[in-house]
Design a protein. Structure first.
Length: 383
């Protein structure tokens, strides 16, 4: 039997290669002679730049930048050759970098993302690919633009003075006259989830980053104001541009100020893995993500894997840390069965600590059920 294991990472727990390895161990417990093709996938979130570097033989370069709460963090960019660089916004402004005591997305900043862009320019990049995902921010990319030399001014033509989404409520103008001149001759490509829109980013993702209902309202006001400022600068209404809400509105800031192309992330990222050809060779496809729920069909890795696998008529199983409301809708996009990895209720911290073991055990249980079902198929009728 040949298995293609094509999972996402589990946020704040296991990266995609670790998830794939854990599932492969479970497969080999049941089918020792199986051919297991591990295809860890990235979606623009944490680990994307390193994944691209591994796929293309690139070089990972460490960079120290300003983190989402204003303190230095160790980050990186990837040099992919042909004057191309890649970076994860999450490596500078991801939720993992926001301490639990500071999880207010109205105060966190993407400033470090701009510093990563500068580092890519310093290494000679003329094309910069920015993975947008796993953010701990909701500042519309304003911090990144400030790091690149832009100024955000209030109605009195004074700098707003603070960073974060709340501060954008007083924004009136974007001044890019002092931005790094190298940006004008650089192609910026943002790998985004096109379902994420600036109009809804605060309400949909703010609570996941720690925002309370009143804080969500304040962030929504900031995003509305920022959309108007960007429209005044570039002449485009970005509120409903596909991907404008990516990474707390970073997509809108990159598009409005830098002319970045907001490109569906899987079109940019998955083709580097040769995924379609590898799915075509599988007898069974196993994918995985931290949660399977109503959001899964809207741009999540298991959904993309299922859609592509079904083009080749392949069965698909999805494993998840949790099964949420609306998970049944994943049947409609090609996932044939899904299963949670927890055999019993456990504390979140414990589940995170033992995620690899839980994944391996869940894979074994699932495959044993499949093989039992196959063995119990009724024999053909005889005359």
């Amino acid at each position: 039997m040949r298995f293609t294991v094509a999972p996402s990472g589990f946020k704040e727990s296991l990266d995609a290669p670790a998830v794939a390895a854990a599932i492969a161990r479970g497969i080999r417990r049941v089918v020792p002679g199986a051919v297991v093709d591990e295809v860890p996938l990235v979606d623009g979130g944490e680990g994307s730049a390193k994944g691209l570097a591994a796929a293309r033989g690139g070089q990972v370069v460490p960079v120290t930048v300003t983190g989402p709460v204003g303190t230095p963090v160790e980050s990186h960019i990837a040099l992919l050759g042909e004057h191309t660089a890649a970076l994860d916004m999450a490596a500078a402004a991801g939720l993992r970098l926001v301490p639990g005591t500071h999880r207010d997305p109205g105060l966190t900043t993407t400033y470090g993302v701009g510093e990563l862009i500068t580092a890519a320019l310093d290494h000679g990049a003329r094309t910069i690919l920015i993975g947008c995902g796993d953010s701990g921010t909701c500042d519309g990319g304003a911090g990144a633009l400030e790091a690149l030399g832009a100024r955000i001014l209030d109605a009195d033509a004074q700098p707003i003075g603070r960073r974060g989404g709340y501060a954008l409520r007083s924004a009136a103008k974007l001044d890019t006259s002092a931005m790094d001149p190298r940006l004008a001759r650089t192609e910026i490509v943002a790998a985004v989830n096109p379902h994420n829109l600036l109009t809804s980013v605060a309400a949909v993702f703010g609570p996941q980053k720690g925002a309370t209902p009143p804080q969500v309202d304040a962030l929504s006001d900031g995003m509305d104001r920022w959309a108007g400022v960007l429209a005044g600068h570039c002449g485009l209404d970005l509120r409903t541009l596909p991907g404008s809400g990516a990474s707390g509105g970073l997509g809108a800031g990159l598009a409005g100020a830098l002319g970045a192309a907001l490109t569906p992330r899987f079109d940019v990222l998955l083709d580097h893995t040769g995924l379609d050809a590898r799915l075509a060779e599988a007898d069974l496809v196993i994918t995985a993500e931290g949660a399977i729920d109503h959001q899964t069909p809207h741009g999540k890795i298991p959904a993309e894997v299922a859609v592509r696998a079904k083009r080749h008529g392949k069965p698909v199983i999805a494993l998840a840390g949790t099964i949420g409301d609306g998970a049944r809708h994943t049947y409609d996009i090609g996932i044939d069965a899904y299963a949670g990895i927890l055999p019993a209720p456990v504390a979140l911290a414990e589940a995170i600590d033992h995620a690899a073991e839980l994944l391996t055990d869940a894979t074994e249980r699932t495959l044993r059920l499949i093989l039992l079902g196959a063995a119990m198929r009724p024999a053909p009728c005889r005359e």
